[in-house]
Ligand binder design. Structure first.
Ligand SMILES: Nc1ncnc2c1ncn2[C@@H]1O[C@H](COP(=O)(O)OP(=O)(O)OP(=O)(O)O)[C@@H](O)[C@H]1O
Ligand SMILES: [Mg+2]
Length: 359
């Protein structure tokens, strides 16, 4: 807690309580003196009455003070603690909608209020983790169900008697496409999981990024020819970076595959690489469908697919994986896109010298 914040915290037993007790006791003593005077003025009262009056009076005072203290403790500790215990019990039973309102306004927060606020924050955090977990299971199940249904349907079709060779070939290749999809889904989930749980330790080594970019781009040649898309590359002769080549390959492959996937025949995909003293820049541009600002906000989320017309080609894990890899490489990625105009993804990676300087 910061120093300034501490000052704002209201104490559960403020000095005003001491003042209240002092005034009350003085008042009680005053009444006691009044009673003694009254007894002295009436010498005819017998001894037991003289003893009984102050005893009864102080008994009453003690009862009142006890009741007041009990009320004070119940109000300040017992009630809030019971509320907290009830809320914790609800959370333990899986209810993450619990919220305990602080007892005082923001400028009069005390330690219990802070505890309530932290508890609320913790519950909200747990709730969002739980949502993420259930969303993840729902997404994985959905992604597995679609290709499985495909495999089942085509396998049933294959059982039909009297199929022509052509039909058989069509069904078999449909089954193979679905199995490839399933296999890439499982591979990507495992990779992402390993990256997130830090089971994959990046193997940093100096290597030539330009060579890697050319190799990745060339692997897409059959695709751009088949889709009749123009491809242009503008890459330097050599740019050495210090990173994990096999992880970064995932990034380039996904950016290029997205560019070709979301660009219509006749379009253009450009791969550009430049560098300055500290960073190497790689951009992949396309003249494809582009993305709305709303879509752009979610593209790095797991399983998010903005353009549903291509939903069967992939699982929406590519950019989530790319982002995780780039974070591990201390690199950054940014997107510039407009619907109908196209998209440019730009990656910025520190040069070998820059990485060594900062490590
Ligand atoms: N170049 C692009 N042009 C238009 N939309 C894009 C582009 N790149 C990504 N997107 C949008 O971002 C979404 C997420 O991309 P991502 O690469 O994570 O998943 P995917 O390509 O659908 O599937 P996967 O990468 O798992 O095969 C895409 O579904 C698409 O809506
Ligand atoms: Mg992709």
């Amino acid at each position: 807690m910061k120093k300034g914040e501490q000052k704002r915290l209201k104490s559960r037993f403020p000095p005003s309580l001491f003042a209240l007790y002092l005034v009350t006791l003085l008042l009680m003593s005053g009444i006691h003196i009044g009673l003694v005077t009254l007894i002295n003025e009436n010498p005819g009262w017998n001894t037991s009455v003289q003893i009984l009056i102050p005893t009864a009076y102080w008994t009453l005072v003690a009862v009142c003070l006890t009741l007041f203290t009990r009320y004070q403790i119940t109000k300040t500790y017992d009630k809030p603690m019971k509320e907290l215990a009830k809320a914790a019990e609800r959370v333990a039973h899986g209810d993450f909608s619990v919220y305990i309102p602080p007892l005082h306004t923001t400028n009069r927060h005390d330690y219990l209020d802070l505890m309530f606020l932290d508890f609320n924050k913790m519950v909200a955090e747990l709730g969002s983790l739980e949502t993420m977990r259930t969303d993840f299971i729902a997404n994985v199940s959905h992604e597995i169900k679609t290709p499985l249904a495909g495999i089942q349907n085509y396998a049933q079709l294959l059982r039909r008697p009297g199929l022509t060779d052509e039909e058989r070939e069509t069904y078999i290749s449909a089954i193979l496409t679905s199995t490839r999809r399933l296999s890439s889904l499982v591979t990507n989930i495992l990779k992402l999981n390993k990256l997130e749980s830090q089971q994959i330790v990046p193997q940093f080594e100096p290597y030539d990024l330009c060579g890697q970019l050319s190799e990745c781009a060339m692997a897409f040649e059959p695709l751009w020819e088949e889709k009749n898309i123009d491809f242009e590359a503008d890459i330097e002769d050599r740019a050495t970076i210090y990173g994990d080549a096999s992880l970064l390959e995932l990034v380039w492959n996904n950016l290029l595959s997205n560019a070709f996937k979301f660009t219509e025949p006749g379009g253009l995909v450009t791969l550009k690489q430049t560098s300055d003293d500290t960073h190497v820049f790689v951009s992949v541009s396309d003249t494809g469908c582009g993305m709305s600002p709303e879509t752009q906000k979610h593209i790095f989320d797991k399983f998010y697919q903005g353009d549903t017309s291509h939903a069967t080609e992939g699982n929406g894990l590519g950019l989530a994986l790319a982002l995780r890899v780039l974070q591990l490489m201390n690199a950054a990625i940014q997107v510039d896109s407009a619907v109908g105009r196209g998209t440019t993804f730009t990656v910025q990676i520190p040069t070998e010298e820059k990485t060594k300087e900062s490590s």
